[in-house]
Each structure stands twice: as structure tokens, then as C-alpha cells.
Write a protein that binds this ligand. Sequence first.
Ligand SMILES: Nc1ncnc2c1ncn2[C@@H]1O[C@H](COP(=O)(O)OP(=O)(O)OP(=O)(O)O)[C@@H](O)[C@H]1O
Length: 299
Amino acid sequence: MITVEHLTKRYGAVTAVDDVSFRCEPGTVTGFLGPNGAGKSTTMRMICGLSPVSSGSATVHGVAYGDLPNPGRQVGVLLDASAQHAGRTGREVLSVAAQLMGIGSRRVDETLERVGLAGAPAKRRVKNYSLGMRQRLGIAHALLGDPTVLILDEPANGLDPEGIHWMRGVLRDFADRGGTVMLSSHLLREVEAVADHLVVIGSGRIVADGPKDELLRSAGLVVRALEPDLLEKALVGAGIDARFAPDGTCTADAEAETVGRVAAGAGIVLLELRPADSGGLEEMFLRLTSAPTEQEVAA
Ligand SMILES: Nc1ncnc2c1ncn2[C@@H]1O[C@H](COP(=O)(O)OP(=O)(O)OP(=O)(O)O)[C@@H](O)[C@H]1O
């Protein structure tokens, strides 16, 4: 369990993380989503004790990361896959970490196998690794101590589609065995296939926090009509909040029955009426996380 309460980080006049609170529960993959510069890495660094907090607190299993006796045995962390020692081989990187954690070499071999780096790749120096291989080694490092919590910053970076599929399997399996997973991304599509819960951050503040399915349902309806102009008039007339894309597709914040009745009442032929999928959710997140307007800042 990760618990973040009123966490704030200021760099001079910049508030990178602003009164952020959320939880990542055991048995759950929590996707931590936000655009570039939203405050994801800063939040994760504070959880892992790498960056001092300005105020608030972050704990893992109720304890501040820095106070965990052997943190690697409880929390697997991947914050920057390029931070590994470039001159060491993949196996050496894991062996050094294993020694520090008091783990035997058999676990190193098992973990290399698990991330697909066993054999020749394990003997290559990290500087000769592709970004995807570094990411796999970073995930191996995080899994090495057999932790119960994983904290991964953009772990899909540099992975090819097969690698992404593999990583999702690892994270799903980890959570299904009761582990807690927090993974960040700036792309909803990257986490939606594996996350059960989403925490969305924009400009340092939490703008959405809930089960993925619930958030998907709240993303509205996709409506397409033979004559979009008539649909727009009818929905606006009924007081329904609706946004139209240039191709005439509408996203409406209403129940399907309400929209269906309004359309039927106006004699409009509907071509499509369905819950918005991740595209709708992404659109909602983009609206929620976009930088505040000057008016909002001034208010
Ligand atoms: N050491 C620092 N000094 C000053 N400002 C910083 C520092 N680190 C981060 N920031 C600022 O804090 C804000 C949040 O940055 P952060 O790296 O946490 O965002 P992010 O969501 O992880 O973005 P990205 O996806 O680009 O990594 C940004 O405005 C960034 O410029």
C-alpha cells in the first residue's frame, strides 16, 4: 500500500506538486497519468525518499521509504532506466544490487530469465543495450528483491509492442498475487490495458482519481447523427453539454436514454450512440490537465 497525503513540492516560486493525496492499494495496478511536466516524477521521487518534501507525507506500508530497513526487499523502484552503470554487464548490475540486498545469485539468474535478458544479453555491457533492454534491466532490478510494491516511472518507454505486452503481463501477475503497482505514463492508452485504478495529475494537482471503469463511464457518450447540425441544435436546446469534432462526431455528457429521446423527439436519425471509450477518457483528461488559462491563474 502506498499512501500519499497532502504532498507538496516547491522549487523556489514553482509548485511542482501541490497538495496531492491518493492511495495505491494492494492487488491493484494504479496508473499515474499526466502530461509532461505535470509532477509525476517529482511525486514518485518524493515517495521513494529521493527528493525532500516541502510538506505532506508519503508512506509505503505506513512507513516513510527512508525508514524501511531494507527497502529493496519491500519496494521495487524504476525511476530512470538510463541511470544504470553503463560499464557493467546486465548480470553485474543485478549481482551488485543483490549483494546490497543480501540476496543469492540464483535469484539474479531467475530474474534475468523473467525479463528476457538471460544468456548472451546478460553478458553484454549496459552501454551496448538498447533503450528497451535497459528498461527490462530496470524492471529486473525492481523485481530482484521480491518486493510487495512496485513504483515504475514510464516503464514502457523504449519498449516495442511485444515488450509492452510482456511488461503488462508482469505487472498484472504481480498485482494478481496481491502486490501494489504504481506506474506513471503520459499516455492513457499505455496504462489503460493494465491499470485498475487511475490517478490523473495536471499542473501538480490531482484532477481525477478513481477506478478505471468508473472514469471510463464518466467520459460521456459518443453520438453520431445523419445531420450533426440538427443534433447539436437539439442537444443544446435540451441543455445537454455536447462537444462536436470537425467530422460531426459528438461527445455528450448525458445518459444514452436521454440523448436517444431528444434525438427521437426531434426526428433525428442516429448512426451511433455508445459510451465513450478510452478516446473519450483521453479527451476528458486533456481538458482536465491542460494548463490553466490566464483568467484562472488570476482568479
Ligand atoms: N529540480 C528541479 N528544479 C526546478 N523545477 C523542477 C525540478 N524538477 C522538476 N521541476 C519542475 O517541476 C514540474 C514537474 O516536473 P516533473 O518532472 O515531476 O513532471 P512529470 O509529470 O514527471 O513530467 P515528464 O513526463 O516530462 O517527466 C515541472 O514544471 C518541472 O519543470
